[in-house]
Design a protein around this ligand. Structure first.
Ligand code: HEC
Length: 150
């Protein structure tokens, strides 16, 4: 059961690798939420990249909110690129959804990327989202969250 669920997560994440997400957090978050400092009593370097417990899922949800609202990293700190933010948000969203804990986007959370494919309501989570014939045929914006930096 657990193994099947983990496979599901991976399938859902095909567009964004967990390693890429971890790398973005490492570059932007671990200095304050890592081994040496845990600002806000939060440690992210040890947070599971295959979260299943309610606690881990809840922490990822907070990460999602903080990045969406651009609260984190603090504004006087180095910021992740837009591409990197989207990568993290897409992965977290997929991962929470795959663990039956989907993000319920409120108005404030919708703002950051609402013009992107990410939250356009297209079916997500099964198969590569950037190459589906229906997506292409619809002439949708194909610059998905995993597009190379412009
Ligand atoms: C320069 C230090 C610094 C960096 C870098 C930083 N944070 Fe924080 N973070 C803080 C501090 C201080 C707090 C606690 C006070 C607050 O909430 O503002 C905090 C709190 C948080 C919280 C808890 C907020 C809540 O109340 O739920 C989350 C989640 C979070 N950070 C995520 C991140 C993420 C994700 C990154 C990287 C994208 C990041 N932080 C980068 C300093 C930092």
């Amino acid at each position: 059961m657990v193994i099947v669920a983990a496979d599901d997560v991976r399938a859902a994440d095909s567009a964004v690798e967990p390693e890429a997400v971890h790398a973005v957090l490492k570059a932007n978050c671990f200095s304050c939420h890592g081994e040496k400092k845990q600002k806000g009593k939060l440690r992210l370097d040890t947070l599971s990249m295959a979260p299943e417990s309610a606690a881990d899922l809840a922490t990822w949800r907070r990460v999602f909110e903080q990045i969406t609202d651009e609260e984190m990293p603090p504004e006087d700190e180095k910021q992740p690129s837009t591409t990197d933010r989207k990568k993290v948000l897409a992965w977290v969203k997929d991962t929470l959804a795959a663990n039956s804990s989907p993000i319920n986007l409120g108005p404030s959370q919708g703002n950051y990327v609402d013009h992107e494919a990410l939250f356009s309501g297209k079916p997500a989570g099964r198969g590569p989202r950037h190459s589906g014939p229906s997506v292409a045929a619809a002439g949708q914006d194909l610059r998905g969250v995993h597009a190379p930096p412009r």
